[in-house]
Design a protein around this ligand. Structure first.
Ligand code: NAD
Length: 478
């Protein structure tokens, strides 16, 4: 479905994120016919380019980041025709009147802040001062949204000086993933799951976001944040909210976000015995975390596993185990809802027992699988086996579906449509920091050292113990 005509300004339009995700995503929307003929994209960054120079840069980015068979010269040329460029200084005066002159009336105006968060305030102020943004304009802001409650509040206040909450789109690209949206469809579009979706029938829930990469060239940035700030406070928290929230009365932005907020507020403080932090060691051909960040004394975690409790009627006593880390065995993100055993086995113990597990895979191979117990086919008597009811939709999405680019393009189009459902509201972000802050302060106060772990594993031993001590097991990372 095409969207309304728009002018999308990408501040930081020459940066890494714009080149790798935003512009390739827009190109794909263009190819699929979703960009109306009057839509334009305006790159705005520090480098001095004219339109032609910028188009060349973007062509290079498309060649690098889009599959060859999707790159057709004519289409690329037609897409590049939609691009313009203004050299701008976020903190000075250069370029702002040129940008003001370029903007058109009667189209949706959206401004993507793909720059360091320290520039958000300056951009918001100048958009306002030069009357480039109007009451219907939207701004899109990237992570990280603050590094603690105080800085997130400050950022919210700064943006609120010039924009209404309904104009602010805080991006968490996990929410743009097909599977994540499907999770809501499965939960609230079927009668099968919701009655079982509670402490009475669910034994526990696991959320895993495992990466194989180390911190690489981002060591300096990462070392100031760590897995808790970089992944848990935002992405894992958002996934947990969608799993744990009550059914909203409508699929509308505030109804959904109100329910997510209640989940965050219901999170209990976490005891230190329920947290495992780790740092990857040197591998046969990879540096250790400490080498990567060039600081032998760093106490920042590249891995974290935690047991959480959502303290409300629905989830009383049901643990949520979450873990994320770098340099692990495989790149794998999934949510697993592990249901309780059937209360009584009529087939006897020798038939075997199986649990229903609903697995929601974010990557690789986005999709969902429900493990169901059936009789082993054949004449061998009543033995039970587990078979997957597979709801994989990779086929429908196409083999070269890139889930991250995909998430970005979907979210950018939601901005143009004015749909905030899949974006974080200011109070949600603040509540998430309010829960995170005391945990991080506790580590700092006790000067806690993360546990070392071998690269290519599932993290430190202690992470496995977190579940073993309760007779549970993490799902394999493979
Ligand atoms: P980058 O350093 O590659 O690019 C920064 C961009 O900002 C450049 O286009 C530069 O010209 C522009 N810029 C810098 N100072 C400016 C100024 N004073 N006035 C105008 N423009 C200025 O950064 P990036 O990796 O693209 O990240 C951009 C934002 O996105 C950051 O907030 C980052 O945290 C966030 N982010 C990036 C990624 C990623 O994969 N790169 C992922 C998630 C979030």
């Amino acid at each position: 479905i095409p969207v309304e005509p728009f002018d999308l300004v990408i501040f930081g339009g020459t940066g890494d994120l714009a080149r790798r995700k935003i512009l390739p995503g827009l190109y794909r929307r263009f190819v699929s016919g979703q960009m109306p003929p009057e839509a334009r994209v305006i790159g705005a960054a520090r480098s001095e380019f004219d339109d032609a120079g910028y188009r060349n840069e973007v062509r290079d980015a498309l060649v690098e980041f889009i599959a060859k068979d999707k790159l057709d010269d004519d289409r690329v040329a037609a897409f590049l025709d939609r691009l313009h460029y203004v050299a701008i200084d976020a903190t000075g005066e250069a370029g702002w009147s040129e940008l003001a002159d370029l903007m058109r009336e009667n189209v949706v105006r959206a401004f993507y802040f793909s720059v360091a968060p320290s520039l958000f305030g300056a951009l918001a102020e100048r958009l306002h001062m030069h009357r480039i943004a109007d009451a219907d304009s939207r701004i899109v802001v990237e992570k990280p949204f603050g590094r603690d409650l105080a800085s997130a509040r400050q950022l919210n206040q700064t943006l609120a000086e010039h924009f209404e909450e309904t104009q602010i789109y805080r991006i968490d690209h996990y929410l743009g993933k097909e599977t994540v949206q499907n999770l809501m469809a499965v939960r609230f579009g079927n009668v099968l799951f919701e009655p079982l979706w509670n402490a009475q029938y669910v034994d526990h829930i696991q959320i895993t976001v495992a990466e194989t990469v180390g911190v690489g060239g981002r060591g300096g940035y990462y070392d100031k944040s760590g897995a808790m700030r970089d992944m848990v406070q935002n992405h894992l928290m958002q996934l947990l909210c969608l799993i744990a929230m009550e059914p909203p009365s409508r699929f509308d932005p505030d109804a959904v976000r109100d329910e997510k907020l209640k989940v965050i507020r219901a999170l209990e403080p976490v005891e230190s015995r329920d947290i495992v932090r780790g740092q990857y060691q040197r591998g046969s051909n990879s540096a250790s975390y400490l080498e990567d960040v060039e600081d032998e004394q760093s106490r920042t975690e590249s891995f974290i596993a935690m047991k959480l409790h959502v303290s409300n009627w629905r989830w009383a006593g049901t643990p949520f185990y979450v873990r994320t880390g770098k340099r692990l065995r495989a790149r794998q993100s999934e949510i697993a809802v592990v249901f309780k055993d059937a209360p009584h086995s009529i087939f006897g113990e020798e038939a075997g027992r199986h649990r229903n597990i609903l697995t929601i895979r974010l990557q690789p191979n986005e999709g969902m699988t429900l493990g169901v117990t059936i009789k082993e086919p054949g004449p061998g008597g009543m033995r039970l086996i587990d078979v997957p009811l597979d709801m994989t939709f990779a086929d429908a999405l196409g083999p070269d579906n890139d889930d991250v680019t995909d998430a970005y393009e979907r979210l950018v189009m939601d901005v143009i449509r004015g749909n905030q459902t899949l974006f974080m509201r200011g109070d949600e972000v603040e509540a998430a920091w309010a829960w995170t802050d005391p945990i991080i302060e506790g580590w700092q106060m006790r000067d806690m050292r993360p546990k070392p772990y071998e690269p290519g594993t599932a993290g430190p031993e202690e992470s496995a113990m977190l579940l073993h001590r309760e007779n549970r097991r993490w799902r394999a990372i493979r």
